[in-house]
Ligand binder design. Structure first.
Ligand code: GUN
Length: 290
């Protein structure tokens, strides 16, 4: 990103918000270490999916910055489900492991639901265990998906009230679209969730006071699809060579927005910072410090 873009008040400073969260995490880590607790996260990475390898690296670096110990368990693409479940069982039982994260997506032959369900809910720092997802659905948020929490945190940081606002979420994945819709509903926004089968998407997106887009379709949202003064969170990630693009046609949409999260430098860093925070929360939970 250019420096002049960083200075544009319409552009959400995801890196800045993440740095603030990470600074707080660092202080919490120091306090835990004084009590003899070394916060630790275990990550499972299956296969050679280049973006997944990058995300795991970014998370490892964030752990290093924060003073969190990280161990990464790598498996080849053809690993058996049983082997993954066995490792999760072992990590569930190891007292020094506070958080367990399985990088997604998993290969086709691995049942994601079985894997998520195997993680001990109190170590589920990604918030994908059915118990944590279900709690969120009834308004009792425990560990919630990190991207969704990052978006909520950014809205708070910019003093954006969501109660009564029209929120349109485009994308209904379990990782982003569904949990973000539910968390905003929990905060009394009027939420519409659109997806690949939604007819006339523009009719919906034009109603949005807050638009959240998580489809992985590069440039899906164009200027004619949003109203003036909209707040946009672009969760899209499409790699073209070495460059990454969001789901929003940033250059055309910018003139209409009140706020927009850029790609890169928007939602991504916030997601990782929240993961660090969850790891600390998990460590405290397991040591009865909450
Ligand atoms: N892959 C892309 N985003 C995420 C995420 O938030 N968590 C996990 N585990 N995998 C992902």
């Amino acid at each position: 990103m250019q420096n002049d873009e960083i200075m544009d008040p319409r552009i959400i400073d995801g890196r800045g918000i993440a740095d603030k969260i990470e600074d707080q995490v660092k202080r919490e880590v120091e306090k835990l270490k004084e009590k003899g607790i070394q916060p630790t996260i275990a990550t499972l990475l299956v296969g050679e999916h280049p973006p997944s390898k990058l995300y795991v690296k970014l998370k490892e670096w964030a752990c290093k910055r924060a003073g969190i110990r990280s161990e990464v368990h790598k498996y080849s693409e053809d690993v058996a489900l049983e082997e993954i479940i066995n490792l999760i069982d072992e990590l569930n039982n190891r007292v020094e492991i506070n958080g367990i994260l399985v990088e997604l997506p998993l290969p086709e032959h691995i049942d994601e639901h079985e894997v998520m369900s195997a993680i001990k809910p109190s170590k589920d720092v990604d918030g994908f265990h059915p118990l944590n997802m279900g709690s969120m659905l009834i308004g009792k948020e425990r560990f919630v998906p990190c991207t969704s929490e990052g978006i909520i945190r950014a809205l708070e940081e910019y003093h954006i009230e969501v109660l009564g606002k029209n929120v349109v979420v485009v994308g209904h994945s379990n990782v982003v679209g569904k949990p973000t819709s539910i968390m905003l509903l929990n905060r009394n926004a009027t939420v519409e969730t659109c997806h690949v089968y939604t007819q006339n998407l523009k009719e919906h997106t034009l109603r949005a006071d807050i638009l959240i887009v998580a489809t992985g379709v590069k440039g899906l949202i164009t200027k004619d699809m949003v109203k003036k003064g909209v707040i946009i969170f672009d969760v899209g990630v499409t790699w073209v060579g070495e460059k990454v693009y969001g789901d929003v046609d940033f250059d055309s949409v910018i003139e209409k927005v009140k706020l927009i999260s850029p790609v890169p430098g928007g939602v991504g860093p916030m997601t990782i910072a929240i993961l660090m925070e969850h790891t600390i929360e998990a460590a405290k939970l397991q040591h009865n410090l909450r």
